[in-house]
Design a protein around this ligand. Structure first.
Ligand SMILES: NC(=O)c1ccc[n+]([C@@H]2O[C@H](COP(=O)([O-])OP(=O)(O)OC[C@H]3O[C@@H](n4cnc5c(N)ncnc54)[C@H](OP(=O)(O)O)[C@@H]3O)[C@@H](O)[C@H]2O)c1
Length: 221
């Protein structure tokens, strides 16, 4: 049985990833903020929890030890480089051959070839400005984190999520290299399926050094 680490495990995406990874028989090391450990109560006895901020290098170093893959929820909260520091710790301490899967949103671009709607550009500009003004979040931090990952030689994948919704699984999302591809027009993914894609990426070598933009597979009729 293979062992993986989930960084940012107590959030919505993280908990879905735990459920999918358990179903696939993985042993799980879960990193989450100490105050959020209670959110993982339903997984008691099934996972090993490493309490701590995800940018705490000592916590990450312990948690990723012996793991074949590390799934990281990258979030730009605060104005202290939380995402960049988290990504750097994972890149520095994960085993050399480990698969490293990171989450982010469509607004991240690997090669500048994505085509964004004016609505998305406006949302990112306004949210980014207001969040930074009130020191809630720093979108540029998530951009820097991803740039650090993109320039790494590690076996990474950066999964770029569309708008998200709750609801039962519709199966593995589809993906394209660039936002703006007509196949991604729905701009909607079930959160559980975002998690499904993150876990499935562990065993998909075609996704190494890719930044897939995903959307849900849609209703099965
Ligand atoms: N929300 C969307 O519409 C959307 C769209 C596209 C892509 N994404 C991507 O999907 C991923 C998950 O996003 P989500 O919105 O669904 O959130 P989420 O899964 O609920 O995860 C939020 C994470 O952020 C942590 N967090 C919250 N406040 C924090 C703080 N002040 N300092 C440090 N960590 C904090 C949470 O930890 P605690 O449990 O400890 O609070 C949790 O691990 C992210 O990578 C995001 O970029 C989201």
């Amino acid at each position: 049985m293979s062992r993986i680490c989930i960084v940012g495990a107590s959030g919505k995406l993280g908990q879905y990833m735990i459920a999918h990874a358990l179903a696939k028989g993985y042993q799980i090391h879960a990193v989450c903020r100490a105050k959020s450990v209670g959110k993982l109560a339903r997984f008691k006895g099934q996972i090993s929890i490493y309490p701590g901020d995800t940018d705490d290098r000592a916590v990450i170093q312990r948690a990723v030890q012996g793991c074949d893959a590390v799934l990281t929820v990258l979030v730009p909260w605060g104005v202290s480089q939380y995402a960049t520091r988290t990504a750097q710790a994972v890149l520095d301490f994960a085993a050399p051959q480990a698969r490293l899967i990171f989450s982010c949103g469509w607004h991240i671009s690997k090669d500048g070839k994505d085509h964004y709607t004016w609505q998305l550009k406006t949302f990112v500009a306004i949210f980014g400005f207001v969040a930074r003004l009130f020191r809630i979040a720093d979108l540029a931090d998530q951009v820097r984190a991803c740039d650090t990952i993109f320039s790494s030689e590690r076996r990474w994948t950066v999964v770029r999520g569309s708008d998200l919704e709750e609801g039962p699984s519709q199966g593995l999302p589809i993906w394209r290299e660039h936002v703006g591809d007509p196949a991604l027009a729905s701009n909607l993914t079930r959160r559980t399926d975002f998690a499904l894609f993150m876990v499935a990426a562990i065993d998909n070598p075609a996704l190494i050094h890719q930044a897939p933009a995903i959307v849900g597979a849609g209703e099965v009729v």
